[in-house]
Design a protein around this ligand. Structure first.
Ligand code: NAI
Ligand code: CS2
Length: 476
């Protein structure tokens, strides 16, 4: 088979959807930071479709902030890649043409700064993971103790963090004329773009304060709620997808048919005609992002830790397990859903039913270990608000599963607070203190949760059940 490339597109299988516009003439209008699987299967797909229906120079300059892997996948393909969306009954492959170029920040820092500064770039989008925002323990301020932040504050002309790179690019943008810019976070954080604004302003205050008046007047930070389950690609999946495409695609991503994107209608300048391809522009994003983070993502994390403790590999396997699947439904109904503020016209029961069928999708192969990653950051977003506002007895069971996973499982911990978590795993101190220290990593403490002592007691008791019996016994 030939490799996917603009010159080989003619060899794609007849049922593959191709970019619905003349790609050769497309100019960039968006810079994206963090060109992972999610951006390629979500924002880039909406942008591709919007260019198709309404035109416009909305090509994407993708930036990899760390490794050159995505560049190595996409550069030989002229930026093209395919997205497979699939469930038990439907399957569709499309080739996305919106990504024009991939820049690798550590390799070509000046090109990245220059891209952010281009006056014909109107939007910078980000998917840099929750930890990429470098939030301090209060969830708002810049974490000045972080190694990367300390490096960038001392060397603002040679930044390594997303915030530092963005700040340097914005300084150059102001020098080149200061065209208005929309900065749009697409990460699973509540009030995502507002948090970005907070850490960026904080950082600029210490590095390039001359940029702050421009930021105030000409930059907008609309928050967004993004939803599409996009598992990390595997070599096996890429090979299977290449067969369906009829061309070898090293940048292939696979996902589910469902996709949703809500954005606060607050742009600094022009934008793609996203509203014509399914994006909802809203005045108040908060209720929607709360529902998504505190129901979908909260259940997802619970499924991941309980699933790993029960030796399950993927999400649909957990949902098909009689004890665990029924428990996830009870967790939603008893703890997560009653704690939500729902807009009057929103059918939460229908949303829950749709989630259950998405989680049961047998084609996704969404691995529990992927969702379990970065637990301390995710739990603070997904579980803490519910734990802080209600007793949430079943969610306390999930919390026990996470702490058990951290302290007693023989499995790697991929987490920004891994050093603290691993130290607790190795410690032979009193269990209660170790639990408290783990919980503090997710910002769960006496200040954030009123009935903290009771919560720790429950977690300890649940962990004993997991240890002496099993996770299935606990959820039963
Ligand atoms: P990925 O692993 O494919 O890509 C992650 C990207 O973030 C990479 O470009 C990586 O270099 C960058 N990154 C990682 N740590 C960073 C840090 N400390 N600072 C700056 N950049 C960093 O992951 P994927 O699937 O693209 O997900 C990325 C984020 O997108 C998630 O963390 C989440 O916030 C959001 N998201 C993901 C969904 C999914 O199902 N995969 C769905 C909804 C949102
Ligand atoms: C998942 C999310 O990896 C995770 O932690 O919970 O990325 C989830 O797939 C998305 O938010 C779905 O939109």
């Amino acid at each position: 088979m030939q490799r996917l490339h603009p010159d080989t597109l003619g060899a794609a299988r007849a049922d593959v959807r191709l970019p619905p516009y003349e790609r050769g003439a497309l100019r960039p209008g968006i810079v994206h930071l963090g060109l992972g699987a999610f951006h390629r299967a979500h924002q880039a797909v909406y942008t591709d479709a919007a260019i198709g229906v309404a035109g416009g120079d909305w090509g994407i300059l993708g930036v990899s902030l760390r490794s050159a892997a995505v560049s190595e996948q996409l550069a030989p393909q002229g930026g093209l890649y395919s997205v497979l969306s699939e469930d038990a009954t439907t399957s569709e492959v499309r080739v996305v043409g919106a990504v024009l170029q991939v820049l690798v920040a550590p390799r070509e820092p000046a090109a990245v700064t220059g891209a952010i500064a281009r006056q014909d770039i109107h939007i910078v989008t980000l998917t840099i993971t929750e930890k990429g925002y470098l939030l301090a323990a209060d969830g708002v301020a810049l974490d000045r103790a972080d190694e990367g932040v300390r490096h960038d504050l001392a060397n603002p002309e040679r930044p390594v963090t997303a915030v530092g790179i963005l700040a340097l690019g914005l300084r150059e943008r102001v020098l080149r004329g200061g065209a208005p810019l929309t900065l749009l976070s697409c990460d699973n954080l509540s009030e995502n773009s507002r948090r970005l604004r907070g850490v960026l302003a904080d950082y600029l205050g210490s590095t390039f304060p001359e940029v702050l008046p421009w930021l105030e007047q000409h930059a907008r930070f609309p928050c967004s709620m993004v939803d599409r389950i996009v598992p990390a690609a595997t070599a096996e999946q890429r090979a299977r997808q290449s067969q369906q495409l009829g061309l070898v695609d090293e940048g292939a991503v696979s996902t589910e048919p469902f996709s949703q994107w809500l954005i606060e209608d607050d742009f600094a300048a022009d934008r793609p005609a996203w509203e014509r391809v399914g994006v909802q522009l809203v005045d108040d994003i908060l209720p929607y992002e709360n529902i998504k983070l505190r129901l979908l993502n909260a259940s997802h994390s619970a499924i991941a830790y309980c699933g790993l403790l029960a030796d399950c590999t993927v999400v649909d396997e957990v949902m098909a397990d009689p004890a665990l699947g029924a428990w996830v439904q009870r967790l939603m109904a008893r703890d997560l859903m009653p704690a939500l503020r729902v807009p009057p016209d929103f059918d939460l029961g229908a949303y829950r039913d749709q989630l259950l069928s998405r989680f049961a999708n047998p084609r996704l192969g969404h691995r529990c270990v992927q969702i379990a990653m970065d637990g301390s950051e995710k739990i603070a977003q997904r579980w803490l608000p519910t734990l802080a506002q209600s007793e949430a007895p079943l969610l306390r069971g999930a919390l026990a599963a996470w702490v058990y996973f951290v302290l007693f499982m023989d499995i790697d911990i991929d987490d920004p607070r891994a050093p603290v978590l691993l130290a607790q795993r190795a410690s032979d101190g009193p269990l209660r203190e170790r639990i408290e220290s783990v919980l503090a990593c997710a910002r769960i403490d006496r200040e954030s949760v009123g009935a903290f002592a009771g919560l720790v007691g429950d977690v300890e008791e649940h962990m004993r059940v997991i240890q002496s019996e099993s996770i299935r016994a606990l959820v039963a």
